[in-house]
Design a protein around this ligand. Structure first.
Ligand code: HSE
Length: 448
């Protein structure tokens, strides 16, 4: 019997599941026309089958048991949209074992267990689509894997968490503190009730792990990535950054540095003139530099029902196209044949490239001390910086108080992180310095 349709089962009827279902159902005619075959949404499984998701489903589509999708021989593509590690991982591995192609938006799972999942997919000759795992609607996975395949990627960095970008934008535009901006993000539904992953940089690090693996051939290694969130950013530092000509953004950065790759997530000062510094609100943007293509910038919505659903549907359509090409005459329900090579095979090859230790990176820094305003204070601080080979580029001191400390702000030339950390320790021990020195890394080279 010839295959007459590509059958899809979605596990997880939350925000992204609903968006995906809406696109598949509302655009079914256009999708069929483009593919030449119908893509049929056979089932959606969720523990809650009562909640109104704003979409009408035919009878028997919505079920409460994911195993009915995983074990249904007629389903070709399993779409995992429940997120988290368990039971998402078990569902995906079961789907792969049953010869089903998988589409997932699960960045946390891929960042931690991607190696195991891709190995299983290779073994069973099935595809894994994960476009929706990074930057929502921006097709960055496809760009790296397909459009820039002829390039050696030199750097990829950007804003890949909309929630933290919204918070920083609010703080910058309205001068409010972190807590108020977070509360507003929560009220608007941008931040989860537990916003830890977004504000601590963990969500960005999950996504960066995936981008770095694809771009540099580094096995998924979330735990090795330096991760720092935005919880300590203050309106005062945003204001000083602005006076120096910078904005503060939570950047996810992966770049070639000699034989190694720097991979890090942290609040970063970017020159106001940099295109990424102009990306505000919940938007995402990714800058990528390839040796042949040069620099490119991608901008768009990184979250939400329809933007993320758009990315999921793009994977479903790609895989459906492959199924039609390779299994067009295979009876529905047959697992993919071994000779049908899948894209999964060569995406993430270990190139032997390693992650540079954080202490070895070199960058420029912004520092804010609270120091007594009296003779000799600056020479002491600059003396310590100098003894660690750190050269000061510019400085601002605000106010004048005889007893109490005043903020002294400095920008440095490029320095080694290891030296910088040691110098800070020494400075923070000085009796003329009160409290812990605040610092931020600056990207974009020696711009001022
Ligand atoms: N929580 C993410 C963000 C969206 O704020 O960008 C899903 O990846």
């Amino acid at each position: 019997m010839e295959k007459r349709s590509v059958n899809v089962g979605i596990i997880g009827f939350g925000t992204v599941g609903s968006g995906t279902a809406k696109i598949l159902l509302r655009k079914q005619n256009e999708l069929r026309h483009k593919l030449g075959f119908p893509v049929v949404l056979r089932n959606i499984a969720d523990v809650d089958v009562k909640k109104d998701r704003g979409i009408k489903l035919s009878k028997d589509v919505l079920i409460n048991d994911a195993h009915r999708i995983l074990n249904n021989p007629e389903i070709d593509i399993v779409v995992e949209l429940i997120g988290g590690i368990h039971p998402a991982k078990e569902f995906i591995l079961q789907a792969i074992k049953n010869g089903k192609h998988v589409v997932t938006a699960n960045k946390a799972l891929l960042a931690t267990d991607g190696q195991e999942i891709f190995k299983a997919a290779r073994k069973h000759c099935v595809d894994i689509g994960f476009e929706a795992s990074v930057a929502g609607s921006i097709p960055i996975i496809k760009i790296i894997r397909e459009s820039l395949v002829g390039n050696k990627i030199q750097s990829i960095y950007g804003i890949i968490n909309g929630t933290s970008n919204y918070i920083l934008t609010k703080m910058t535009e309205e001068g409010v503190d972190f807590t108020s901006a977070l509360k507003e993000a929560q009220a608007l539904g941008y931040a989860e009730a537990d916003p830890t992953f977004d504000i601590e940089g963990i969500d960005s690090a999950h996504k960066l792990t995936i981008l770095a693996s694809l771009s540099f051939g580094i096995p998924f290694s979330f735990k090795k990535i330096y991760t720092e969130g935005i919880t300590k950013i203050t309106p005062l530092d945003i204001q000083f950054a602005s006076e120096f000509g910078y904005k503060i953004k939570l950047l996810a950065i992966a770049k070639q540095a000699g034989n190694d790759v720097e991979i890090r997530v942290h609040p970063t000062m970017l020159s106001k003139g940099h295109l990424i510094a102009k990306v505000d609100g919940v938007f995402n943007a990714i800058y990528i530099e390839g040796d042949a293509a040069g620099s490119q910038l991608y901008y768009g919505r990184g979250a939400g029902e329809m933007p993320t659903g758009s990315a999921v549907v793009s994977d479903i359509m790609d895989i459906a196209g492959n199924i039609i090409k390779t299994q067009g005459t295979v009876a529905s329900g047959d697992p993919p044949r071994r000779e049908h090579r899948t894209q999964t095979k060569n995406w993430i090859q270990d190139t032997g490239c390693r992650i540079k230790k954080m202490e070895d990176i070199q960058t420029c820094y912004y520092l804010r001390f609270s120091a007594l305003d009296k003779p000799g204070v600056l020479s002491k601080i600059s003396g310590i910086l100098g003894s660690y080979n750190i050269s000061i580029k510019s400085m601002i001191q605000k106010g004048r108080k005889i007893q109490k400390a005043v903020p002294v702000v400095m920008m440095t030339h490029e320095a080694k992180e290891k030296d910088f950390v040691l110098a800070l320790k020494e400075i923070d021990r000085l009796s003329i310095v009160s409290g812990k020195t605040v610092y931020l890394r600056v990207e974009g080279g020696e711009l001022i």
